[in-house]
Design a protein around this ligand. Sequence first.
Ligand code: FAD
Length: 343
Amino acid sequence: SLAPIIADAVIVGAGPVGLFQVFELGLLEIKAHVIDSLPMVGGQCVELYPDKPIYDIPAVPVCTGQELVDNLLKQIEPFSPTFHLGQEVTLVARREDGRFDLETSTGTRFITKTIFIAAGVGSFQPRTLKVDGIEAFDGSQLFYRVKDPLRFHGRNIVICGGGDSALDWALDLVGKAESVVLLHRRDDFRAAPASVTKMRDLCEQLEMQLIIGQITGIETKDDLLSEIKVTGQDGVTRRLPLDDLLVFYGLSPKLGPIADWSLEIERKQLKVMNTEKFETNIPGIFAVGDINTYPGKKKLILSGFHEAALAAFGAAPYIFPDKKIHMQYTTTSPKLHKILGVE
Ligand code: FAD
């Protein structure tokens, strides 16, 4: 594997608070790496409500989740953080030299002086299909995300779900796959209306098929998944032969590996030792945003921003042990102007 990246600060989570943590560290001349398990930045704002308006960001009367994130990205541009997306932080361990080893699910490794956990409600993971024995085919014939669309060309595929991912992939793979069946538990879709109309047209033209029902079992042949059993609304179970099964049941957040890092946890939140620094029980590891808890905690974006500012000051002595850190105004400080590139 590749050599570890040597870092001063690694931020776990690219939600609004993780992004603003980059800014606050940047003002103190600390460069950050940011990791997120999702393929894009923005956390809940982008994953759960990109188009919904937010009204309680100070001095921003209204903006959508996506706009907030776009503005945060713009604001942190001067600090050019390095993003490592589509990978979950799986391991955090203290080293003998006082720094931390940190590793992701794709094998990226870091040695870092400080860690900022801005993991929100946890890392978003695809909701899995709950059918006896199906786990054995995960990654071989059962897929929760499409990494390589070509893989499905010429195959008989069944796509489960009623949201945009299910519909988008059904429409994309029609005509390329040998056959496409869309399977949904009810005849009502959360996906964009235009996609639903297009899907129904394609069904009428017999280009693809829509089945209403639920997977209740599987059949295997020579260690391969050969059929699924689908129970319809009429209560009758029918067999459906297939080569590949694509399941899009949405994403749900999981605290996941964070639970194994010896951090103090209270009701699935990371306890911080005080509200001066937002440091956890492990010196050098800070927790900010929705993931942390302390007396009076409110899970609001503005609270997370404040926490990020104090955590940055709290962390600075680990990175610059001999430097006295002063708070300065961005308005008037020539030093901050230089850092921000606005001289
Ligand atoms: P998140 O936004 O949850 O981001 C955390 C990120 O960390 C995620 O992207 C996740 O994938 C990643 N992550 C977690 N674990 C790992 C890991 N091990 N490895 C890698 N990555 C990991 N707040 C307001 O202030 N005003 C509002 O009007 C408002 N409206 C809301 C409306 C809705 C519908 C919802 C659901 C929330 C709303 N909130 C609102 C709450 C707000 O979205 C959260 O407070 C905010 O997103 C928290 O930011 P965060 O950066 O702490 O965490």
